[in-house]
Every structure is written in structure tokens, then in C-alpha cells.
Write a protein that binds this ligand. Structure first.
Ligand SMILES: [Zn+2]
Length: 61
């Protein structure tokens, strides 16, 4: 009974998985256009470009 895993995951395997998860969750890339940190494969929310193309309009005051 209870939430007991059938197969025990070794220390190294558990560490590997958790470390990869962290990298995926936190990774940011620098925007080629404006240099702001942005999520990879996403439109930059600072300048509105993705892969060098203007995708969304950013209103500047
Ligand atoms: Zn940008």
C-alpha cells in the first residue's frame, strides 16, 4: 500500500533526471535583436522579434 515505487531509481539516475528538469525549466536565451533574456523558441517579449523577424508589435512611448 501507499505510494511506493516498484522500481527504485538509483541516486545517479534520480540526480540526472532532476538536473535536466531544472535546465529545461530555467533556461533562457539572449535575444539576438535586443539582448534581453527570453525563453527559447518564443517571441521576445521585449522587442517582439523571433528569429530576426518582427512578429508582434511593441508599442513604445
Ligand atoms: Zn528582443
Amino acid at each position: 500500500m501507499g505510494a511506493v515505487p516498484k522500481v527504485r531509481i538509483s541516486k545517479s539516475r534520480g540526480r540526472k533526471r532532476s538536473s535536466q528538469w531544472k535546465i529545461k525549466a530555467r533556461s533562457l536565451v539572449t535575444c539576438d535583436w535586443c539582448g534581453a533574456p527570453k525563453r527559447p523558441h518564443h517571441v521576445c517579449m521585449s522587442c517582439g522579434t523571433y528569429r530576426g523577424e518582427q512578429v508582434i508589435e511593441i508599442e513604445e512611448e
